[in-house]
Design a protein around this ligand. Structure first.
Ligand code: PMP
Length: 439
C-alpha cells in the first residue's frame, strides 16, 4: 500500500522536500512528520482535506481532534470574519471574555472560574502550577502513557520504550526529550491507569509531597483507553484523602465525548479542568478552570499571564462554537454516526477474519488490531499490532479516507459536518482493503 501511496502523492513529496529546507523535519509540530513523507495539504473544507496532488480525503483525523466542528464551519468562519474588523487583540479587559468563560461554566458545573490560554500545553502547564501553589506541594502524579502537552513536566513517561518501562505497578520515570533537565523527573511520579491500589501506594509513599494528580479521563494518547467503572471516582476519593488537587486534562475529551466532557460523561467532579482543541473550532485557544478556592491562587502570587490570552477573536469563536454549533442536536447526530462506524468496522472485520477491537466514546473511536480491550499503557505496548496498523493506514489513504491522525495510538473524531454518507465511504474503504489486509 505504501508504494501506491507514493504514486498518488508525488507532488506532495516534492513540496515536502522544499519545506524541509526551511523548517526542521518539514513540519510545524514534529508529530506530523512520518515515513515515507506526509501528504501536503492545499486546503480543507467541510469534512474534506485536499492535498497538493489533487487528492481529496474524507477526514476523520480532524486536526488531531481539534475539529469537532469540521473544517471551515460557516458559523465559525462568519463569527471570526466579523470580529476581524473590530480588532483581534486587546490587551485590556473586554466583555467577550466573560461570555466565552460563561459558556464553559455552563458545561462544567464544578468550574467557578476560567482562564484562557493559547493551547493545551499552556493549559496543563498552568493548571499544574496552580495545583502546586494551592496544595503547597511540589510533586505531580501522572499516568503512564498519558499525554499532557509538550512542556517539561508533561514529557515524562508518555511513550516509554518497552525496554525501559519498569514494574507495571511502579512505572519508571522516563524523560522523553533531550533538553528536559533530569531534575524535572524528581518532581513527577508515575502511576498506571486503571489501578487504584497502585495509585494509593504511590500517594502513601509520597504523602505530603504529591500535591497534584493529572489524568486524561479517557487516555486518548493511547487509543481510546477507558477508565473502568469507579476508577475516576476512586481517584476523587484518594485525592480528598491525601489532600491532592485532582486535574482532568480534557483537552481531547472536553465538549467532544459529551457537552461537559468526561466530568459529565463519567459523573466525576475534578478540582481543575484543562481544555483546548474542541472548544476552539480550529482556532488556537485553550483554557483551564476550576473551583473558586483553587483558582483564587492566581489572584495571589501564582503567575498566569500571556499577551494573546483570551483575545477577542478566539473568545468570539469559543462563544459561537459552544452556543451555536455544538448543540444538543449536534451531539445526537455525531453519537449516532459513531455507533454506525463502530458497527460497520466490527462487521467487516468479522467477515474478513481480521482480529481487532473497536472502542469508542461517542465522537471518539478507534479500531485496534489486537485480541483484547486495552486497559493501560502496557496493554497498548504489548498487544497492539502496530505494523498491521501501518498497512491499514496507507490502504485507507489510497482509498481517499484519513481514518485518524497518523499512527496506531490515535483515534477518529466525528465532526458535526460528517454525514451518514461519509461514514459509509469510510466503511467502504475499509471493506475494499480488508481482504488483502487479512492476508
Ligand atoms: N493534553 C492532551 C490530553 C492532549 O491530547 C494534547 C494534544 N494532543 C495536549 C494536552 C496538548 O495540546 P496542544 O497540542 O494544544 O498543546
Amino acid at each position: 500500500y505504501e508504494a501506491r501511496y507514493r504514486e498518488r502523492t508525488a507532488e506532495s513529496e516534492r513540496a515536502y522536500e522544499r519545506l524541509k529546507e526551511d523548517v526542521p523535519a518539514g513540519v510545524a509540530s514534529t508529530y506530523r512528520a512520518w515515513d515515507p513523507y506526509p501528504f501536503v495539504v492545499d486546503r480543507a473544507e467541510g469534512v474534506h482535506l485536499h492535498d497538493v496532488d489533487g487528492n481529496a480525503y474524507v477526514d476523520f483525523d480532524m486536526n488531531n481532534g481539534a475539529g469537532m466542528v469540521g473544517h471551515a464551519h460557516p458559523a465559525v468562519t462568519e463569527a471570526a470574519a466579523d470580529q476581524l474588523s473590530d480588532g483581534t487583540l486587546y490587551t485590556h479587559p473586554h466583555e467577550l471574555l466573560g461570555e466565552a468563560a460563561a459558556e464553559l461554566k455552563k458545561r462544567w458545573s464544578m468550574v467557578d472560574k476560567v482562564r484562557f490560554t493559547n493551547s493545551g500545553t499552556e493549559s496543563t502547564m498552568h493548571a499544574i502550577r496552580v495545583a502546586r501553589a494551592y496544595s503547597g506541594r511540589d510533586k505531580l502524579l501522572k499516568i503512564e502513557g498519558a499525554y499532557h502537552g509538550v512542556h517539561d513536566y508533561a514529557l515524562i513517561s508518555k511513550s516509554t520504550p518497552a525496554g525501559q518501562v519498569g514494574h507495571p505497578k511502579r512505572p519508571n520515570k522516563v524523560v522523553e526529550s533531550d533538553g528536559v533537565p533530569d531534575e524535572i523527573a524528581e518532581t513527577v511520579e508515575v502511576a498506571p491507569f486503571n489501578d487504584l491500589d497502585a495509585v494509593e501506594e504511590i500517594l502513601e509513599e509520597h504523602v505530603n509531597e504529591i500535591g497534584a494528580l493529572i489524568v486524561e479521563p479517557v487516555v486518548l494518547a493511547k487509543g481510546v483507553t477507558q477508565p473502568y467503572d469507579g476508577f475516576l471516582q476512586g481517584l476523587r476519593e484518594l485525592c480528598d484523602e491525601y489532600g491532592v488537587v485532582y486535574i482532568f486534562d480534557e483537552v481531547k475529551t472536553g465538549v467532544k465525548i459529551a457537552p461537559g466532557g468526561a466530568a459529565e460523561y463519567y459523573d466525576v467532579d475534578p478540582d481543575l479542568v484543562t481544555m483546548a482543541k474542541g472548544i476552539g473550532g480550529n482556532f488556537p485557544v485553550g483554557a483551564f478552570g476550576g473551583r473558586e478556592e483553587v483558582m483564587s491562587v492566581i489572584e495571589d502570587h501564582t503567575a498566569h499571564y500571556g499577551t494573546y490570552n483570551g483575545n477577542p477573536l478566539v473568545a468570539r469563536v469559543v462563544k459561537t462554537v459552544l452556543q451555536d454549533v455544538l448543540t444538543e442536536d449536534a451531539y445526537h447526530h455525531v453519537n449516532d454516526l459513531g455507533e454506525r462506524l463502530v458497527a460497520g468496522y466490527e462487521d467487516i472485520m468479522a467477515d474478513a477474519g481480521i482480529t481487532g477491537h473497536v472502542e469508542n466514546v461517542n465522537s471518539q473511536g478507534i479500531v485496534s488490531f489486537t485480541d483484547r480491550r486495552i486497559e493501560n499503557y502496557r496493554d497498548f505496548l504489548d498487544h497492539v499490532d502496530v505494523e498491521f496498523h501501518e498497512n491499514f493506514w496507507f490502504g485507507m489513504l489510497n482509498q481517499g479516507v484519513v481514518p485518524h491522525p497518523h499512527d496506531a495510538s490515535q483515534q477518529w473524531t466525528i465532526s458535526v459536518q460528517h454525514e451518514k454518507r461519509h461514514i459509509d465511504e469510510h466503511l467502504e474503504a475499509f471493506k475494499e482493503i480488508a481482504p488483502r489486509l487479512a492476508e
